[in-house]
Design a protein around this ligand. Structure first.
Ligand code: NDP
Ligand code: 8X3
Length: 251
């Protein structure tokens, strides 16, 4: 049987690396992208799978297009795109936020995801099959203090996923949005600018989701029969829930 190809953005750590491990175990061919060459190379050596690395920034649309065009035969027919690359930067209130950080989140979480989708989608449509799995977040569904632009970028990802489904009606191409809550990856370390204590405090005395939990969900989505499209999956660890609305009371 011919191997199927999965293209995973942000495969150098966290959910992306876990998805790479899961699909490699299932015998898939992999295209793994990210900026950190060393991380990707170590993962490739570990996986011992049919694997192409694209060391690239999802914000660089020309580079993505050129890298896609240069993929060797056998890796070009992408069956599944996991739009996973993304980040949160900072968690301060909007009036004090750093505009550069806001711009980086918009450029990565929204524009990067849109570029990969637009560049890979036509091949899927031409073949009459394919699956785009976007990694959204509970932050796109529920507001929280300091979630400002990060949460809004994930709300975009949710609506873009649903709108893609509308556009892709009749093509055979599936779209799903995975919306995780608290999960332990490098996410918090990145969010807090490398501050290990702050990052560890996020997961202190909790049992968060893991990259493997998310990879299992992605694999399950993709393994559904071709006539089944799971539109959205929102998932939290049991230790996480929703809070009440906040009410400011006069002194
Ligand atoms: P990690 O920080 O562990 O992984 C993020 C990945 O994104 C890395 O591989 C990183 O690769 C890649 N990435 C970031 N910026 C760019 C860029 N400009 N170009 C290419 N790749 C980039 O975090 P997670 O695994 O947790 O995050 C994966 C996704 O899951 C993100 O979209 C995140 O928003 C989302 N998410 C995370 C949750 C969590 O609590 N952990 C919960 C809900 C959603 P590199 O640095 O090598 O470029
Ligand atoms: C990551 C989950 O709650 O930290 O998307 O925003 S949260």
């Amino acid at each position: 049987m011919t191997k199927k190809t999965i293209y995973i953005t942000g495969a150098s750590s966290g959910f992306g690396a876990a998805c790479a491990r899961r699909f490699a175990r299932e015998g898939w061919r992999l295209v793994l992208t990210g900026r950190r060459r060393g991380h990707l190379e170590r993962l490739r050596d570990e996986l011992k799978a049919d694997c192409q690395l694209l060391v690239q920034d999802v914000r660089d649309r020309e580079r993505i297009a050129a890298d896609l065009a240069a993929l060797p035969e056998g890796f070009r027919e992408i069956e599944v795109l996991v739009n996973n690359a993304g980040l949160a930067l900072g968690m301060g209130p909007a009036p004090e936020a750093d505009l550069d950080q806001w711009e980086t989140m918009i450029d990565t979480n929204i524009k990067g995801l849109v570029y990969c989708t637009r560049l890979i989608l036509p091949g899927m449509v031409a073949r009459g099959r394919g699956h785009i799995v976007n990694i959204g977040s509970v932050a796109g569904n529920w507001p929280y203090p300091g979630g400002n632009v990060y949460g809004s970028s994930k709300a975009f990802v949710k609506q873009f996923s649903l709108n893609l489904r509308a556009d892709l009606l009749g093509t055979g191409v599936r779209v799903s949005n995975v919306e995780p809550g608290l999960a332990e990856t490098e996410f918090s370390l990145v969010r807090f600018g490398g501050d290990r204590d702050k990052a560890d405090a996020v997961y202190d005395r909790t049992q968060p989701l893991t990259g493997e939990d998310i990879a299992d969900i992605v694999f399950w989505l993709v393994s559904q029969p071709p006539h089944v499209n799971i539109n959205r999956v929102e998932v939290m660890p049991v230790c996480q829930s929703c809070g009440p609305f906040a009410i400011h009371r006069r002194a």
